[in-house]
Design a binder for this molecule. Sequence first.
Ligand code: CIR
Length: 251
Amino acid sequence: MAVALLRSVPSSFAGALSAVRPDPPIDVALARAQHDAYRRALEACGASVDVLEADEACPDCVFIEDTAVIGDGVALIARSGAPSRRAETPAVAGALERHGFRVVQMTAPGTLDGGDCMRVGRSLYVGRSPRTNAEGIAQLTRAFPQLRVVPVDLPAGVLHLKCVCSPLGNDRIALAEDSIPAAVFDAEIVWVPADEKYASNLVAVGAHAVVAEGFPRTHDALARAGFSLHPVPVSEARKADGSLTCQSIVL
Ligand code: CIR
């Protein structure tokens, strides 16, 4: 059974990083209700969920995906390109150790956010992003010597690789049109229409998928690809430039 590691929404969430100051501001109570819906959707997908306590000193801690990259029993603890997020990692590293992972810490001057990493088969795609630098990619490559690490250039204005694509399992990915050339990926593509780009970020668990609500053409494409869909509201995380994969690490 898949295990999904989540982290609760802190009361300080209204101060989370965002490229554009949200207006209206983040509603923390609504964010908590949406996080709860996300947790229940993962459970409906058949995942067992382990929710870590929030850290009030870390407004972005709900975006747990960015703190680690896991694979083949190893957890690389990321050093975020956003300095304010670096204090999020010790609690996550401890949890991953409890789940049996051998923990490897990234070191300065490397930076990397987990949202820039996408595993497909034996390939590990990594975005060259505002958060992930060349030294970060070198440390990622050393941490996973058995994988083919493939650096990927991102379109301007894209925060993380997985803002425009997500793994679907079985060497398939969802990819937003007009984002990254399909030829970059050794994968079968399920296309997400350009005007529904936000919906290209989703969490697939076997034949189930947690998707952002309100993107009908993407939902149709995923249903045709064989997925049972679990739409969830995500307005509050979106105000902090977050989406769905960023709220969990699926072990
Ligand atoms: C940040 O700017 O770091 C957070 N406010 C959002 C992170 C979203 N992470 C992700 O998509 N992997």
